[in-house]
Write a protein that binds this ligand. Sequence first.
Ligand code: FMN
Length: 324
Amino acid sequence: MKIGSVSLDNITVLAPLAGITNLPFRLLAKEAGCALVCSEMISANGLVYKSKKTAQLLDSVPEEKPLSVQIFGTEPSIMAEAAAMVESSGADILDINFGCSVRKVVRTGAGSALMKEPDRAEALLRAVRKSVAIPLTIKIRTGWDNSGSQAIEIARIAESCGADAITVHPRTATQGFSGKSDWSVIAAIKKIISIPVIGNGDIVIPEDAIRMRNQTGCDAVMIGRSAIGNPWIFSQVLSLTRGEPVPCADIPVRFGIMIKYLEKSVKYFGEKHACHMMRSRLGWFSKGLPHSSSFRESIKRITSENEAKQIINSYMHAIDGIYS
Ligand SMILES: Cc1cc2nc3c(=O)[nH]c(=O)nc-3n(C[C@H](O)[C@H](O)[C@H](O)COP(=O)(O)O)c2cc1C
């Protein structure tokens, strides 16, 4: 599959997840075979007004390529300027957020609030399209609320403005993450546009990815929450697409990924900052395992990479004893 000039090796895409899909996490997904990784959403205002913290979110390394960088905002001129900065940073694809339903974002008119304003959406997309040459994508929801589906209208506008692909998370903005995503909306959009459609929403087990593709005809599948603490879901989906047995993530694999995540975070953020982040993040990987709450408790106080590794290793040996 291709998004504009960018070829993807397979059909799997890591969703943008604020506070989660940083560089180390994206590398884990990539190593599990994910074809396209996405940054978390980045404020266009933050980029343009030179926030150092925001600019750091553009950091990337060649091993994670191709990388899609997502920005959010509402002013066409600011979005166009931010888009040009994303392109200069070396991103392969620029994605615009039309789906965020967090109050802080929608009250500025950005994210899913753009779905209520087709004229603004069009102006914004035209301005951004003019300012960058890299492929442009948007990520939308079904619409604002149950009063109607704006997804079809926004998808048509995006295609006419030169977007190269559209990701559809078929829930309304007011729904947030409640209820179930309505995959029929992905199928409906796939029918009316000719650029690729990436389906998203409620892929919980690897088989769901195949079901989504078969039910909707989408060109690729995007996985968000199920990849948190479980990035090997990408290799499992890949095996299914190739008709191979699904590899199970046994204890050594699972703990190996935990160690890699820790090491990569220390490498990119420095030991102090990484340990701070790991205090809550390592627990993602122990979900469903015996004694995970006492593991999460002991990892809460780590101050060094070595200490974290010792706790991870002793937990792994304790678990291995239970399973073997
Ligand atoms: C913690 C969290 C952060 C998210 N951050 C973003 C974001 O930055 N940009 C975006 O477009 N969607 C974001 N989303 C939505 C996801 O990308 C995805 O559309 C949604 O979770 C549905 O897919 P899933 O069922 O595979 O999780 C976020 C979702 C969660 C749970």
